[in-house]
Design a protein around this ligand. Structure first.
Ligand code: NAP
Length: 221
């Protein structure tokens, strides 16, 4: 069973039953786990979906359901990078200069309004679905779904004369091209560090998830 938050309009179809939407906090999630006799939770959310991950930990403890998180290693700064580390979105807003800049906001759609306090910048937005509201006065919007490649992201940064990228440290290959492009072009990256989550068991690959299920699931054989 796949469980989606429903943040994108047309998620990629999956070969398993799929449900969409929240549960109503930890209590609601526990009710769902019990009602559907769920024995294992795999938290495969984005590293910044902190509330979903916290709910999964709490529900796992409260209802005795096993939990495994599938989590990519964070990106690491390397030679030639110009990264400014910030702890959260507010830190990213504060790290932007006061003089007008051209900023690639590679952070999805949920927290764009925080940047309305710095309307002097031009913002390039890359979103999965067309925006339904527009909190920023001066934007270019591109509708695209990853994975992205270095040649295209280099052309994107060049074509839009980008001076700063704001990124969440998601890790993985699918969204890393912008960082390679930034390194090559000398573009500054304001890197938002991951939120802190409660202790939980973590693996880095789907193969490890399947091994975990194979070792501990009752397969009825
Ligand atoms: N945050 C990001 O930067 C980011 C980036 C890329 C992708 N995403 C993806 O977008 C989705 C939403 O992320 P988010 O950061 O908005 O979430 P979040 O802030 O961590 O959680 C918000 C709320 O979503 C509800 N929810 C909705 N569907 C759920 C489900 N299937 N399982 C568990 N909880 C669910 C939960 O509320 P109730 O159960 O109480 O209703 C939860 O409290 C996730 O799939 C995440 O992987 C997030």
């Amino acid at each position: 069973m796949f469980s989606y938050a429903g943040r994108t309009a047309n998620p990629v179809p999956q070969p398993l039953p799929t449900r969409i939407g929240g549960f109503g906090g930890v209590a609601g999630l526990c009710d769902y786990l019990r009602a559907n006799s769920i024995t294992h939770i795999i938290d495969a959310t984005h590293p910044f979906a902190a509330q979903m991950s916290r709910n999964a930990v709490d529900a796992s403890l409260a209802c005795g359901v096993q939990l495994l998180a599938l989590e990519r290693a964070p990106w690491q700064v390397t030679s030639g990078d110009h990264w400014i580390h910030v702890p959260n979105i507010a830190g990213a807003v504060a790290a932007l200069p006061d003089t007008p800049a051209r900023v690639f906001l590679a952070i999805g759609k949920q927290t764009l309004d925080a940047f309305a306090t710095k309307p002097q910048h031009h913002y390039l937005l890359r979103l999965v679905d067309p925006p339904t509201s527009q909190p920023l006065p001066n934007t270019t919007v591109i509708i695209a779904r990853g994975p992205f490649d270095i040649a295209s992201d280099t052309a994107l940064l060049r074509g839009n004369k980008i001076t700063h990228i704001v990124a969440k440290n998601a890790g993985g290959a699918g969204a890393a091209a912008k960082l390679h492009a930034a390194r090559a072009l000398g573009v500054a990256v304001i890197m938002i560090d991951r939120p802190t989550l409660p202790p939980r068991r973590i693996v880095a690959s789907v193969a490890q998830v399947l091994a975990w299920l194979g070792h501990s699931a009752d397969r009825g054989v």
